[in-house]
Write a protein that binds this ligand. Structure first.
Ligand code: ADP
Ligand code: ZN
Length: 517
């Protein structure tokens, strides 16, 4: 059936080829599989059900909560010569009734309906008399309480599908990529999670990077001086951080605005306005800033501290470069931030969510330690499968040479095993570097064969190396009262010498300077 898709795309819509994901989605629904398609706004979701609707016999039902968009969509289809109609609360009873009569006669290829219609038993009875090969659920996140726009009437969709005489295939569409919402959509609409198509989240004009082991304020001030004509956002973790940085920037004569929830409404909107109108070039803010902000010329977005998870990071960083011009997204990473975030999660979340939140935090830490493409890391996190290195990010453009660190990795992992896989990163690093710490001796770890085998390196250095091994999934973290390390099966292969580990050489400026006569 798919052979018909391409000519239809050309003749009705005037496009010569499908975009990434569209073809996959169309193939999937045409073979009768329930499917979820996650694409960003503007990604081209409509084609994914409009083309199958033209190919399949009968009338495809499109459920959409956006009454104002429904009319536009239908008008466009009708203009293109595709018989379509919509039924929602904007119509008089008579008009709605006429359309439903026409629908029962099979007059439309697509019928758009508002979800509230499904509350009416009479309407459902009418649907039963139609031939419905497919149901497209637009803005499918509305079905989930975890989404940002829950609509109870979306819960009627399952009931409707179940009562149709011929089971239609379901295509759910959304731009919300969080795993939790996706899981909900799949379970509520009976979609096998493997039929998930996610694509188009790459932002080709953004270059991501992570800066580690540098004085953050110094880095920031240098960066701002170099980019003083540009507009940018600096996200800081707390109100206090925002205020401190704001004062500091003022002292440096940098034209900054600030924004956080501790300020009153008037102050906040004044500061926001200064930034939006380019009177202030830099916005220093907590994550309270940015919802609904549409400023296109933001050239950089810097996170002064580690964000709490990838979802919020990508959302915040994504505010840069809306105009399509090259922009930078930087995280200034420091290991202490992990402790702070962990503490915050400990304080706020309920127990059941805590493990999940800690895992998400760990993925954010992994992002900061990966040596492969950062954009690819993000896309994979959101579930995209066909990805390639971006060629723009800090890792893709890193010209340092790679070193074989298999031996060091073996040392660390055998130490973790000898310690019984019950301890965290700090203690492991202490044992490896031969620390005389009381806890080390009390536990008898000074008698292990791995005690002090890395004593020529600093504990911080070894700790970074352990983070690197975690990012490579060789060492895993068990989230308990406090996080403990264990060696993964991939890590065991390294210990057995089955595979090797490579790492980019870290340039140690200080050491070079020291050995200089
Ligand atoms: P979404 O619903 O995902 O926000 P739309 O379906 O409204 O996106 O499509 C966004 C824009 O992309 C529309 O202008 C649409 O005509 C265009 N578009 C969709 N598919 C293609 C394609 N294969 N080739 C070119 N343009 C396309
Ligand atoms: Zn890259």
């Amino acid at each position: 059936m798919f052979e018909k898709a391409q000519p239809l795309l050309q003749s009705y819509f005037g496009y010569s080829s499908f975009r990434k994901g569209q073809e996959q989605a169309i193939r999937s629904v045409l073979t009768g599989r329930n499917t979820i398609c996650v694409m960003p706004t503007g990604g081209g979701k409509s084609i994914c059900y409009q083309i199958p609707a033209l190919i399949l016999p009968g009338t495809t039902i499109v459920i959409s909560p956006l009454i104002s968009l429904m009319k536009d969509q239908v008008d466009t289809l009708v203009q293109a010569g595709i018989p379509a109609a919509y039924i929602n609360s904007s119509l008089s009873f008579n008009v709605a009734n006429d359309r439903m009569q026409a629908a029962k006669l099979g007059s439309y290829k697509l019928l758009y309906i508002a979800p509230e219609r499904l509350e009416s038993q009479e309407f459902l009875e009418d649907l039963k008399q139609m031939e419905i090969p497919m149901v497209a659920v637009d803005e499918a996140h509305c079905i989930s309480q975890w989404g940002h726009d829950f609509r109870p009437s979306y819960r009627q969709i399952q009931r409707m599908i179940q009562m149709l005489p011929q089971t239609p295939s379901v295509l759910a569409l959304t731009a919300t990529a969080t795993p939790r919402v996706r899981e909900d959509i799949c379970s509520l609409l009976d979609i096998d999670e493997s039929n998930t198509i996610i694509t188009g989240f790459e932002r080709e004009n953004l270059s991501f990077s992570v800066i580690k082991g540098q004085d953050r304020i110094k880095f920031l001030l240098d960066y701002l001086k170099k980019n003083e004509r540009e507009s940018g956002i600096i996200y800081a973790a707390t109100r206090k951080n925002v205020d401190q940085l704001y004062e500091r920037l003022k002292k440096e004569k940098i034209n900054a605005a600030r924004y956080h929830a501790g300020m009153n409404d008037e102050e906040r909107s004044r500061e926001q306005e200064r930034f939006l109108t380019d009177q202030a070039s830099v916005m220093v803010a907590t994550s309270a800033f940015g919802m609904g902000i549409d400023k296109s010329n933001i050239r950089y977005c810097i996170h002064l501290q580690l964000p709490k998870n990838m979802e919020s990071y990508y959302q915040e960083a994504g505010r840069a470069g809306r105009d399509g011009l090259k922009s930078e997204c930087i995280v200034l990473y420091s290991p202490q931030d992990v402790q702070i975030q962990r503490f915050l999660i400990d304080q706020s979340s309920d127990r059941s969510r805590m493990t999940k939140e800690l895992e998400k935090l760990q993925q954010m830490v992994d992002y900061c330690h990966t040596e492969s493409c950062l954009q690819e890391f993000i896309l994979k996190y959101f579930g995209e499968t066909e990805t390639n290195p971006c060629g723009r990010c800090g890792n893709c453009t890193d010209s340092r040479t790679t070193m074989d660190v298999t031996k060091e990795a073996q040392m660390v992992m055998s130490c973790v095993i000898r310690m019984g896989q019950r301890f965290g990163k700090t203690l492991t690093a202490q044992v490896l570097t031969g620390s005389k710490n009381k806890k080390v001796t009390e536990l008898g770890f000074n008698r292990l064969s791995t005690y002090g085998i890395m004593k020529d390196r600093g504990a911080k250095d070894v700790s970074d190396f352990i983070e690197f091994l975690i990012s490579q999934e060789l060492i895993g973290i068990e989230q308990g009262t406090y996080p403990t390390l264990f060696v993964s099966s991939k890590g065991k292969d390294i210990i057995l010498g089955k595979t090797q580990v490579f790492r980019r050489e870290t340039v140690k400026v200080e050491q070079v300077a020291k050995s200089d006569p």
